[in-house]
Design a protein. Structure first.
Length: 289
């Protein structure tokens, strides 16, 4: 696949200087908030050429204050004005609005080794935007960006992409296809629904083995090109046959031996999926045939 490059946007003088101690204090405070569990997003290493190599991103938010913190890890990050790091935020989680040439972006951060810029899309161009809450700190292996949701259009569910650029000689984009999603309410991506497959497909049968398996997750639109379903990072099940617990086995304990005398009884299964730090519980009900 050919690589497309673009020139970095100029960083505005009015938003220079990283506020290291302030951002570090904000991150420390968020760690102490019980509800502040991070969304965690991975990216393959060694795929950036000579540009900075992104290996992971985590996002954490404080529901009370509205502060959102991005933590980007990797190597050779934002080492100079020609090797920068960028975050594009699609604040309405809709790639068909905002800057259509930049993943539907509505807000943008750009960082080099001594400065940063913060802009928003005004419908036709990128312009400077209020940045009272913005603080950035870090080094070439970890960069932390803190911003209040009030300066991201009060968004509570957004897509984002993290990128590095070294002129036209190398780049890295996380994720490689589409965008990551983060919801303040779920502390990770917003899982809208889960596609579930059962075996047998007609439902549980008395005296037979019954299996429940998630085969795909539905998230907000993210501009992905590939059509392969998103698979959960992990999943687990708990079940009741009538009012009694029914033990499971196999992956996630989602396989069940249905008793021979269970015909006509109700089997209730709660499937819990985990993906990039978020979880979703899916209640399922079957009648044993």
């Amino acid at each position: 696949m050919s690589m497309q490059f673009r020139l970095p946007r100029p960083l505005t003088e009015s938003v220079l200087k990283r506020a290291g101690p302030v951002a570090a204090a904000l991150v420390a405070a968020l760690v102490l908030v019980p509800s502040a569990s991070p969304g965690t997003y991975g990216d393959a290493s060694g795929d950036s050429g000579i540009a900075g190599d992104i290996t992971g991103v985590s996002v954490v938010s404080d529901k009370l204050t509205g502060q959102i913190v991005f933590r980007i890890t990797g190597t050779n990050l934002a080492t100079s004005v020609v090797n920068d790091l960028e975050i594009t935020i699609d604040s309405d989680a809709n790639p068909l609005t905002g800057d259509l040439t930049d993943h539907g972006g509505d807000y943008w951060f750009g960082m080099d080794d001594h400065s940063y810029g913060f802009q928003h899309w005004n419908g036709s161009d990128w312009v400077d935007t209020p940045n009272v809450s913005v603080h950035i700190t870090g080094d070439t292996s970890q960069i932390i960006v803190s911003v209040n949701r009030s300066e991201l259009g009060n968004s509570s569910d957004f897509n984002f992409i993290v990128s590095t650029y070294f002129l036209n000689l190398g780049k890295d984009t996380a994720p490689n296809d589409g965008a990551f999603n983060y919801s303040v309410d779920t502390d990770g991506p917003q899982i809208d629904s889960v596609d579930v497959q059962t075996s047998p497909s007609a439902g549980p049968k008395a005296g037979k083995r019954f299996l429940v398996k998630p085969i795909g997750l539905k998230l907000p639109p993210d501009g992905r090109v590939t059509t392969a379903p998103l698979a959960p990072d992990s999943y687990s099940c708990s079940a009741k046959l009538g009012t009694s617990a029914l033990p499971g086995s196999g992956i996630g304990r989602c396989a069940y031996a249905i008793p021979r005398r269970a015909r006509g009884k109700r089997l209730s299964v709660v499937l819990t999926v985990s993906y990039e730090g978020a979880t979703k519980r899916v209640p399922l009900t079957f009648k044993v045939g």
